[in-house]
Write a protein that binds this ligand. Structure first.
Ligand SMILES: [Zn+2]
Length: 306
């Protein structure tokens, strides 16, 4: 008789502009291995650096067996075709790039792609264990993933949850998307860094530390930022009324003080409206600061079948 069979691990890769975070999880969801590596931009660079992370994960596993590779990547992803477009931060700004095929050939396993926010949403679902949630990513930009009634909602054009481009200020500056006064220009990691520049370290951490210490300028910037995020939460709640709103992305490393600031902003915004107050939005908020939801979610991507 052969020894007890161990089901192969599923690999998840969170491919970002500067680094790739890879994780291998077992059939029970336990994390078996974790690796990080710098992203080399460009077509060949991205495939090669992703394959290197997969090889390191494979080496770290007892049996080296991998059943599937899921990839969360910024840009416009065609999950069925296994291609990504407009991943400008990765130097993949041309036509649909067949990453699934190229990485699959190099890594020797089936590869499925998903937009990075959607992948993180799957991870948030796994970590939070509710079947109805909105994942709001406060990264460089602002975008949400929708996991509703037990399924990811990508949208007819794959644009579901793009709340960062809700115009909120007709007098505001022109956004990269061409509209004026988008929410992302106030409520995103890039907006925060522009409003509270730091010579070194994480701007969000510096801002929240200064605000907590009572710096009035920091309190003003923090509250304006939190008001913008709260506006996104409110829009999402009014559109789909999710059981939970999970805040993630780079700014979420701030942790509990971020949740408190957004919750306080939601309470301020509901003061004049018994209707909004009755929705109890603040109590639905969670912040995932430690859990590597993007890579976990990537490992949980289910291949799309025709
Ligand atoms: Zn915009």
């Amino acid at each position: 008789m052969s020894p007890a069979l161990v089901s192969p691990a599923r690999v998840g890769l969170d491919i970002g502009g500067t680094k790739i975070h890879g994780i291998a999880i077992g059939p029970d969801g336990a994390v078996l291995a974790e690796e990080r590596a710098a992203t080399t931009p460009g077509a060949e660079g991205v495939v090669k650096s992703a394959a290197t992370v997969v090889a390191s994960l494979r080496d770290a596993l007892d049996d080296g067996e991998i059943s599937s590779i899921g990839v969360g990547i910024p840009g416009i992803v065609d999950t069925r075709a296994g291609t990504v477009k407009h991943a400008v931060n990765l130097g993949l700004d041309g036509d649909a790039f067949p990453l699934a095929e190229l990485l699959g050939a190099r890594a020797g396993a089936v590869v499925t792609l998903e937009n990075d926010t959607n992948a993180a949403t799957l991870g948030a679902h796994a970590v939070e264990d509710v079947d109805d949630l909105v994942y709001l990513s406060l990264g460089t930009g602002l975008a949400a993933g929708l996991y509703l009634n037990g399924a990811l909602r990508r949208g007819f054009h794959g644009a579901a949850g793009e709340v960062g481009h809700l115009p909120v200020d007709p007098e505001g500056p022109v956004c990269g998307c061409g509209q004026r006064g988008c929410l992302e220009l106030v409520a995103s990691g890039a907006a925060l860094a522009a409003a509270w520049p730091t010579a070194a370290g994480h701007p969000a951490a510096a801002l929240f530390a200064a605000a907590t210490a009572g710096d009035p300028a920091a309190v003003t910037v923090r509250d304006r930022f939190a008001d913008g995020v709260a506006a996104a939460v409110r829009a999402l709640a009014l559109a789909v009324d999710p059981e939970r709103v999970v805040i993630g992305g780079g700014v979420a490393t701030v942790g509990e003080p971020l949740r408190e600031a957004i919750a306080a902003a939601l309470v301020r915004q509901t003061e004049a409206s018994p209707f909004l107050a009755s929705l109890e939005l603040a109590s639905r908020l969670r912040v995932v600061s430690a859990a590597p939801v993007a890579a976990i979610g990537a490992a949980l991507i289910t291949p799309t079948k025709d």
